[in-house]
Write a protein that binds this ligand. Structure first.
Ligand code: HAM
Length: 454
């Protein structure tokens, strides 16, 4: 029934906030399964878990991720508390992890510190396929080393996590955006190149020249694509140290048999990156039926066309050797990491559901009849729990018919019936829902019997 509020106007039932979702039933298990497997892979590679709060101070992201980035400029959920603090629903995980590293003195731990984390992140974007305002992510970070093997470890572990989720046609795009030695010179060249074409650029790029030149290479506007194709590339401007670091990363990838594509336009949208940046996509071949002209039909050219489709980035990451200083650290703390978008992984062609270890498919539907039986029901359920037998029940129901109907509807293989007689005799009836055969079992023998139906 539609309720009325005190003013008399009709009140609609509440719904989720735009771009956010409830996770129910099988979908819940899909998330748990993915996170469980990803955590297990991460653990085997030496990562340990960490959980940071969903709310962080606003300045963590304004100083860490960068004021001119889309995330900070347009997409943060910011709130002001009654005490006047400016807080943010975390839009990403790396700045919080670095905050935690500094706050908990992880410099004194054995280095590098390898962490994994999972959970919801929030960005006020325009919701569309593969882009929501609340999304689930799994992340890996290695803090405290500049060594290229750390970059390779992050990429390799990420690839394994994706492969464990069934993905096969993965493409790794990689680039190096240099460091504080070589990047300024490269950025100057980029700006001077783009200034020559300023009249042909889109409005955003005109702004980017002044505010965030590297983001010029991110532009998707068709107007700017030819100019972008002719832009100088960062890899040809790397200093000796960055060049050899990048070379080493690529050598590790080759040794690990991880194919890669050097993508000169890959800069990624967050300011904290230095040296290695990368993104992973799934590439699939799709067949499209084209309208075939009469002429082509006569020539027999009727074959459908194959096009290569690339997914949105399933994950992306890179090095952030200056992030710690931007957050106020007196020392540089180098780091490298990745964030994976779980919803985007679920949308890929290769994805195969991973089952979580937690109980999923109940074996028994517990049915109780009569006051005495209902009274003892929770004790019987405890016997089943101790025997690790998953069940469903509806203790709130009273009639046999409605409880059996639920068991059938849920396709549960066994019903365990506990009525007044059974309560007096200390027995239960186990009914095979398919064959309808029944056994009467003494409660003391229940754990042993349950093993036979597992
Ligand atoms: P990011 O590329 O901004 O990187 O996000 C990581 C992944 O999260 C993306 O590749 C994408 O799969 C997913 N994602 C991002 N935004 C959305 C959205 N609105 N809806 C659905 N999925 C989304 C980072 O956040 C960095 N912290 C990664 C990193 C870790 N770099 C170093 N360490």
């Amino acid at each position: 029934m539609t309720k009325k509020n005190p003013s008399g106007a009709k009140k609609e039932p509440p719904t989720t906030v735009k771009g956010m979702q409830d996770v129910i039933g099988e979908e819940y298990y899909a998330y748990s399964g993915f996170f469980e497997k990803a955590s297990e892979v991460a653990m085997y590679y030496g990562f340990r878990p960490i959980e940071t709060p969903i709310l962080e101070k606003e300045e963590l992201f304004t100083s860490g991720v960068g004021l001119d980035t889309d995330i900070v400029e347009k997409e943060m959920y910011t709130l002001k508390t009654k005490g006047g603090d400016h807080l943010v629903m975390r839009p990403e995980g790396t700045a919080p992890i670095m905050r935690a590293y500094l706050e908990h003195g992880m410099q004194s731990w054995s280095q590098p510190v390898m962490l994994y984390y999972k959970g919801p992140f929030f960005r006020h974007e325009n919701p569309q396929k593969g882009r929501s305002r609340e999304f689930q992510s799994f992340g890996l970070e290695i803090l405290g080393t500049q060594k290229s093997i750390a970059d390779a470890t992050i990429i390799h572990t990420t690839m394994i996590i994706l492969k464990e989720a069934g993905l096969q046609n993965l493409v790794l795009n990689i680039n190096s955006v240099g460091d504080k030695e070589c990047r300024p010179k490269y950025v100057r060249e980029l700006v001077s190149y783009y200034k020559k074409h300023i009249s042909e650029l889109c409005v955003d790029c005109k702004r980017r020249i002044k505010e965030n030149p590297l983001r010029l290479l991110d532009c998707k506007n068709p107007k700017c694509q030819d100019i972008k194709a002719g832009a100088p590339s960062s890899v040809t401007h790397l200093c000796d140290e960055c060049r050899s670091h990048f070379k080493e990363v690529l050598e590790y990838l080759e040794a690990l048999n991880i194919p890669y594509r050097i993508n000169n336009n890959l800069v990624r949208g967050l300011d904290y990156y230095s040296r290695t940046v990368f993104e992973i996509t799934e590439e699939t071949v799709e067949t499209v039926e084209e309208e075939i002209s009469e002429e082509k039909k006569k020539e027999g050219k009727e074959e459908p066309k194959e096009i290569v489709a690339t997914s949105l980035a399933l994950g992306g990451g890179g090095r952030y050797d200056y992030l710690a200083r931007n957050l106020g650290s007196k020392k540089d703390i180098p780091g490298i990491g990745v964030g994976l978008g779980v919803e985007r992984i679920f949308m890929t062609q290769g994805y195969k559901r991973q089952d979580p270890r937690i109980i999923k498919h109940p074996k028994v539907y517990f049915i109780q009849l009569g006051t005495h039986a209902k009274m003892r029901s929770l004790n019987i359920i405890e016997i089943l729990r101790n025997a690790r037998v998953p069940l469903m029940q509806s203790l709130a129901k009273d009639s046999l018919g409605s409880q059996l109907a639920s068991a059938e509807k849920l396709k549960i293989p066994y019903a365990m019936i506990f009525g007044e007689k059974e309560s007096i005799d200390d027995t239960v009836i186990i009914r095979d829902m398919n064959t309808r055969s029944q056994d009467t079992v003494k409660i003391v023998d229940l754990p042993k019997f349950l093993k036979t139906i597992k």
